[in-house]
Each structure stands twice: as structure tokens, then as C-alpha cells.
Design a protein around this ligand. Structure first.
Ligand SMILES: *Cc1c(COP(=O)(O)O)cnc(C)c1O
Length: 481
């Protein structure tokens, strides 16, 4: 007998209820799992069948396999003692949003293919814009990642330069100057990738030196642009960062905006992690000057309690995005709807998940006050941790702490730079292997530095104190070795 149609609704109900119970249990008892996965490369693969089953299996069996076979290969980003990279959160309202998005399974490629997908996205992003204290006149869209948002922004900047790259391309043209893009030496690698993918050439991304607090120098930016103009280059865009990835330094956007305005360059702001901190009234100043920019990216999937993926690109110049990307094949023509927004016109992707649902649920569940309180709390915990490091002999802070990331290291008196790097790498490896907490590292001006990034919705003081105990214990052990 062949079976057609979906599995039975009764089976779905039973297993889905069990899955929801398991999710609540999993999130409430993080101490049961090591934060960082302990599997070796290939372990998970070896535990799985090499081909798909011939006959259908029960949902129940799959749920068991997720728990028993796959979970050991998961590094638990939702663990409150996850302090590596930038911590994130799958909060309950966000998880509920994802569940409903999959169930509704709408494709918002055109307004008409699900009006609510387009309109909720626009309403939610307008809420978020207001929460961050940004002015009117911004057009928002959701993408999967900041990398794609930045790629779109720079594609619009390239088109806005008026060289008709869209129609004529960039190669084989005697009238095409070398186009240049500028960012801080601490900018994220997604800027490099965008420049590469847009055919601008990696050599034409100019990295501007930063000051002692790791902020791009507006004066050095201006000088670099002027020098390039003299050489016949054409500056088209500058990317400023609000919350750099290594250290969360905040570039001086007002001064940078004055430079880009003078030279007629597109100004894109990469605020992937830090931007949402502007929801906290006393941190609103981090977005000062942003209303003079042409575009900005913020990632709700980082510090706004929304499950991955959800990145938001705002632009003041949506027509430049349309100029870069809008196309209308006959099979997508809809009659009598010239006045609606079709989000496919503002980027590469046609199909569009109902991603705004989870963000809308997060904003509603916590409210402006609740979000501000949570982000504020993370910043306070970071300052407390920084205080503990600062006052502990043999330890030092390696960067200011403007938000919720602390850069620090163990640097006992008299130890050489090489010895310090070795000690800190050993400390991190030891702490991460114990499984109670998880940190990552960076290098700042040649100095090996540990990073403690606070951002999970369940992180409390006890988790930060635990990390500090783990670090000091590890330091005592590795320095005796
Ligand atoms: C995390 C981060 C990115 C990349 O984000 P994705 O969404 O993973 O592409 C870009 N810029 C900054 C400043 C970041 O912190």
C-alpha cells in the first residue's frame, strides 16, 4: 500500500506537545549539558545512517534522535553561561513565532502572495526604528544576516554612484574609475565579503586606522579619501561600525557623516550587534548621527532575543535598492497594484519567509521597558565583571566596556607577550573544556585577549560569577604548569 498526504494530525499533536515540553525543560535546566559541544569531527556523522530510510519513520523516533544523537553535537547558544562571540537568545515568544511561521508557511515574495507578510514586516520594523530613537524616513526590510544586509547596502551605493553598473557591468569600460570603499581596521569581515562579491576588488576596501579606543579616525578617513581622489579613484561608500565585533567600539558617526557628506559617499552603519542597545534610553546616544546615514543594519537575532535568523536593513534611499535590484518578469506582474510594496524589489531573494512574526512577538512580549531593562542588565553585569577583573592582581582589561562585552586577559607581572598569549589560550581551552561556561578570544594590537560577551536572555549574575571563578581557577592551574 502506498501512503499519500501528511502524517496524521494526531501523531503531530502528540509529538509536538512532547517537543514543546522538552523545549521548556531544556531551556530551564542548562546545567544538564556542557555549553560547548565535546564531539570530535565526524562523530555525529558516524552516528547517523548513511542513507535515507526506505519506509517512513515515526516523529517520535526523530524527536528521540534529536535528543540523544544530535544534542551532543550542539554548542548551546541558548545557555546562560554562553559568553563566546556574541551571545544570542531563542526566547519563548521568538520560538513561538518560528513555530507559527513554519505552520503558516507563507511566501511573501509579492504583497499579493500574503499581504500580512509585507505589512507586518513594515509595521514591526517601524516599531523597532522608533524604539531605537531613529527619525522618520527609513525604509526597513528583513534579511537573513548582517552580511547580506551590508551586501545590499553596498550594492545600492554602487548603483547610486551613477555609473549604471546594473546595465553595463564594470569590466571592459574605459569610462569606469576604480571604485573605493572605506571602513575601520576593526570592521567586520562581512564588509570585505560584500566588496569582493560586488566585483569592487578586495584591494579597494581601504581600512582606516583607529584611535586608542579602537574608533575609526574621521580625520584619517578624510585624508584617505582625499588621497584617493588625487590618484583618480572614485570613493563611493564608507562603512562605520556601532559596536565592533572584537571590542564593541563605537565609531564617531556624526564626524564620519560630515566627511561622507562632503565627498558625496554613501554612509552605511554596521550596528549588527550594538544597534539595539539604543532602545535603552541612556544608551540612545550610540546612534547619534545615524539619521544622516544612508543605511544601517541591526541584527535582532543577536541581542534582541529573536531566534536566528533575523537581520534588519534600513535605508533612507529605498529607490537606490530598487535601482540595483528591481526586475519584473511577466509571471510576477500583478494588475492594479502599483501602490503596494513588493519586497522582492529591494534585494536578490524572491521568496520571503514570514520572519517578522517572531520579532513582532518578541517586541510585544517584552515591551520597550522590558527590552531596555534586559539590555541594561547585561551592560551592568559586564561592568561588574570588568570591575572584578580590574581589581584582581595579575588580570587586566584590554579595551573599554561601552556595552555588554568585556575584553580582558591574565597578564601576571613580568610575563612576556608570548607567555601571556600562551597562558590565556590555555586558560580558555581549559575553561571551555570543563563545559560550565564558554568564552572566545580576539587579538587587539597584537595582544591575545579573552572576550566575555553577555547577551542571552537567561544570563544572570550567578553565571557571570561562575565564569570568573572558572577563569581564576584555570589561571592558577595553568600558571603552575
Ligand atoms: C555579527 C556581526 C556581523 C555579521 O553578522 P551576520 O548576521 O552573522 O552576517 C557583522 N557586523 C558586526 C559588527 C557583527 O557584530
Amino acid at each position: 500500500m502506498t501512503h499519500t498526504g501528511d502524517v496524521s494530525p494526531d501523531e503531530f499533536r502528540a509529538v509536538a506537545h512532547a517537543a514543546v515540553d522538552w523545549i521548556a525543560e531544556y531551556l530551564e535546566h542548562p546545567e544538564r549539558v556542557p555549553v560547548k559541544s565535546r564531539v570530535a569531527p565526524g562523530d555525529i556523522r558516524a552516528a547517523l545512517p548513511t542513507s535515507a530510510p526506505i519506509h517512513g519513520e515515526s516523529l517520535d523516533a526523530m524527536l528521540r534522535d534529536v535528543q540523544q544523537t544530535l544534542l551532543p553535537g550542539i554548542t548551546h547558544w541558548n545557555h546562560p553561561a554562553f559568553f563566546a562571540y556574541f551571545a544570542n537568545s531563542g526566547s519563548y515568544p521568538g520560538i513561538l513565532g518560528e513555530l507559527l511561521t513554519a505552520a503558516i508557511n507563507a511566501n511573501g515574495m509579492l504583497w499579493v502572495t500574503s499581504p500580512a507578510v509585507t505589512e507586518l514586516e513594515q509595521v514591526t520594523l517601524d516599531w523597532l526604528r522608533q524604539l531605537m530613537g531613529m527619525g522618520d524616513g527609513w525604509f526597513g526590510q528583513i534579511t537573513d544576516t548582517a552580511s547580506i544586509s551590508t551586501f545590499y547596502a553596498l550594492a545600492a551605493a554602487r548603483e547610486a554612484a551613477g555609473l549604471d553598473v546594473r546595465a553595463r557591468g564594470m569590466s571592459g569600460r574605459s569610462d569606469m574609475p576604480t571604485l573605493r570603499v572605506y571602513c575601520s581596521e576593526h570592521a567586520h569581515s562581512s564588509i570585505d565579503k560584500a566588496v569582493i562579491a560586488l566585483g569592487l576588488g578586495h584591494d579597494n576596501l581601504v581600512k582606516i586606522p583607529a584611535d586608542a579606543d579602537f574608533r575609526m579616525r574621521a580625520g584619517a578617513l578624510d585624508a584617505a579619501i582625499r588621497a584617493d581622489i588625487v590618484k583618480g579613484y572614485r570613493p563611493i561608500a564608507v562603512v562605520a561600525t556601532v559596536g565592533t565585533t572584537s571590542i564593541t567600539s563605537i565609531d564617531a558617526v556624526p564626524e564620519i557623516a560630515a566627511v561622507t557628506k562632503m565627498h558625496g559617499c554613501w554612509l552605511h552603519i554596521d550596528a549588527a550587534y550594538g544597534g539595539v542597545a539604543a532602545i535603552v534610553p541612556e544608551l540612545r546616544h550610540i546612534l547619534d548621527g545615524v539619521d544622516d546615514a544612508d543605511s544601517i543594519v541591526v541584527n535582532p537575532h543577536k541581542w534582541l532575543f529573536t531566534p536566528v535568523d533575523c537581520s534588519v536593513l534600513y535605508t533612507k534611499r529605498p529607490e537606490a535598492l530598487r535601482q540595483a535590484f528591481a526586475l519584473l518578469p511577466e509571471y510576477l506582474v500583478t494588475r492594479g497594484q502599483d501602490d503596494v510594496v513588493n519586497l522582492m524589489d529591494y534585494g536578490i531573494q524572491l521568496g520571503r519567509r514570514f520572519r517578522s512574526l517572531k520579532l513582532w512577538m518578541v517586541l510585544r512580549a517584552f515591551g520597550a521597558d522590558g527590552i531596555a531593562e534586559r539590555i541594561r542588565n547585561h551592560c551592568e553585569l559586564a561592568r561588574e565583571f570588568a570591575g572584578m577583573v580590574h581589581y584582581e592582581g595579575g588580570w587586566e582589561l584590554t579595551a573599554p566596556v561601552p556595552l555588554s562585552l568585556v575584553c580582558f586577559r591574565y597578564a601576571p607581572d613580568g610575563a612576556s607577550e608570548d607567555r601571556i598569549a600562551q597562558l590565556n589560550a590555555d586558560i580558555m581551552e581549559r575553561v571551555n573544556a570543563r563545559g560550565l561556561t564558554y568564552l572566545s578570544h580576539t587579538k587587539l594590537a597584537g595582544k591575545y585577549t579573552l572576550r566575555l560577551a553577555i547577551g542571552n536572555i537567561r544570563t544572570a549574575r550567578e553565571h557571570v560569577e561562575l565564569a570568573w571563578r572558572e577563569l581564576r581557577d584555570a589561571a592558577a592551574i595553568v600558571s603552575a604548569m
